[in-house]
Design a protein around this ligand. Structure first.
Ligand SMILES: C[C@@](CO)(OP(=O)(O)O)[C@H](O)COP(=O)(O)OP(=O)(O)OC[C@H]1O[C@@H](n2ccc(N)nc2=O)[C@H](O)[C@@H]1O
Ligand SMILES: Nc1ncnc2c1ncn2[C@@H]1O[C@H](COP(=O)(O)OP(=O)(O)O)[C@@H](O)[C@H]1O
Length: 294
């Protein structure tokens, strides 16, 4: 069968905050952050094709989690409307299919990754360069995590997510992602945060030579949203303990505002074995093994 060249398909990979420091709170309520962000080869998929009018179809295992929301509220639809307007298309005639494999409201930026993937797919469909200056402001408007997801590469992010700088070279590394099944809204976690703010903690010196060296650098940093997230979803503590006990685990940590946690391993076999062990003990958890995207 001939492939349909008018369909543009983009992966929307899970975002992981290897460390996340909250530096302060702005008068508008948003928080200044310092984070090292990477992407895993576990992803949603966004496909776009020309159509008479803007439509959205959602399939995949987590489609039901978005069924209660209007199509117009979905970040992919909002991305299409904003990019359409910026390029003179009042009615962006495009049919979007979102395959939702990442848990919703889970700290791995699925919605942000979907929005970024939709922008990339539409840029290809509408022949807009991927580095077009109209894309970045739209990404910022869609959400704090969207600019880094648009780049799709390991990056430091700062400000409220609007500053994206390239990360240092990172070693090959395998991961296991675990979500205990409770959605956790980002605003609630920031609201529950208390206590002193942290300092920025970008790496200095030589980049880490291997996964163990990366884990050592990360162990000296943290995710400042862990304590408030654990208060709201106590199962996060159970997930972190279970990940930490798996053979070969170099570091177990919460991603973003949670409740998804990740663990780092030196190779994919160890990660796959850890995931298999956890699946047998915790059939209700969402568990995926994979690698980090370079
Ligand atoms: C915390 C992070 C870390 O990567 O990830 P997630 O847990 O959402 O994946 C992000 O900064 C989240 O990005 P995103 O989910 O796009 O946030 P937004 O929709 O823009 O903001 C949702 C709400 O979170 C709070 N918020 C978000 C970002 C930020 N720097 N400071 C904040 O205080 C605000 O209350 C805001 O109204
Ligand atoms: N395509 C989408 N995927 C997931 N959530 C979406 C999407 N579009 C809009 N949302 C809304 O964004 C919220 C945050 O979703 P998500 O990006 O999955 O979480 P997080 O910010 O914790 O990483 C959801 O609760 C949902 O209401």
């Amino acid at each position: 069968m001939t492939p349909d060249r008018s369909v543009m398909v983009e992966h929307a990979p899970a975002k992981l905050n290897l460390y996340l420091h909250v530096l302060g709170r702005r008068p508008d309520g948003y928080h200044e952050l310092d984070s090292l962000v990477v992407f895993a080869d576990v992803h949603d998929t966004v496909a776009v094709r020309p159509a008479d009018r803007l439509t959205l179809e959602i399939d995949g295992p987590f489609a039901p989690a978005l069924a209660g929301e209007a199509a117009g509220d979905n970040l992919v639809t909002r991305a299409a409307v904003l990019l359409g307007r910026a390029t003179g298309r009042e009615e962006p005639g495009v049919a979007i299919t979102l395959t939702k494999r990442l848990p919703v409201a889970s700290g791995i930026g699925g919605g942000s990754a979907d929005a970024a993937a939709c922008l990339r797919a539409l840029a290809r469909l509408w022949d807009i360069g991927g580095d077009d200056s109209r894309l970045a402001p739209i990404a910022t408007r869609l959400g704090a995590d969207v600019p880094v997801c648009l780049s799709g590469r390991p990056a430091y992010f700062g400000g409220i997510g609007d500053i994206v700088d390239p990360a240092p070279p990172l070693p090959p590394c395998a991961v296991v992602l675990v979500n205990p099944g409770t959605p956790l809204a980002t605003p609630a976690v920031f609201k529950a945060r208390s206590g002193a703010f942290s300092l920025p903690a970008r790496f200095d010196g030589e980049p880490p030579a291997d996964a163990a060296a990366l884990a050592t650098l990360l162990a000296a940093r943290g995710n400042d949203l862990t304590a408030p997230a654990r208060t709201l979803v106590p199962a996060i503590g159970e997930v972190l303990e279970a990940l930490g006990r798996t053979p070969g685990c170099l570091l177990a940590r919460l991603s973003g505002s949670g409740a998804t946690c990740f663990a780092l391993y030196a190779d994919r076999e160890e990660a796959a074995a850890a995931a298999a062990g956890l699946e047998s003990r915790h059939p209700g958890w969402w568990i995926r093994a994979g690698g980090l995207l370079a």
